[in-house]
Structures are given as C-alpha cells and as structure tokens.
Design a protein around this ligand. Sequence first.
Ligand code: SF4
Length: 80
Amino acid sequence: MPPVIDPERCTGCGTCVEICSEDVFYGSVSGEIPTVAYPRECSHFSGCVSVCPAQAITLRIPLPMLLVYKPAAEDLENPV
Ligand code: SF4
C-alpha cells in the first residue's frame, strides 16, 4: 500500500517527491500536496517518511511484508 499524506500537516515542500526512487509521486506539482500517482510502485523503504519535516506521511505496510519489515532506527526513536 502507498504512503498516506496528511493534508493537514503537509506543507508541500516536495522533499518526499525528491527522495522517492520510484514513480510513486509522479506528476506532483511543486508547492502542492504530492499526488500518490503510482501506489503499487512503492518499495516501502520509508525514505519519504524519514525525510518529511512535517511528519505528514504514514506508510501502510502490506500484511505479507509485515513479516519481514524492519522499521528504520530513527522511526523507532520518533514514532508518529
Ligand atoms: S515531505 Fe512531507 S511536508 Fe513535504 S511535501 Fe512530502 S508529505 Fe508534504
């Protein structure tokens, strides 16, 4: 499942769009809340979650992936 962006927190800085190595946010416009255009492209590496200065992104990890998913150290230190 894709990242979910909280529109109340997002400032439209675009940092998540820049760091995403896939096309998840393809077509997003600078200064606006990013569009999750290709959610199935998400590789769940949590980069967008880690870099978001507004803590506006929640990553939904698919159930089968939860068996092997390991949160990044900084996510454990600063849970949302
Ligand atoms: S990094 Fe966070 S605040 Fe910036 S555009 Fe992405 S979701 Fe919005």
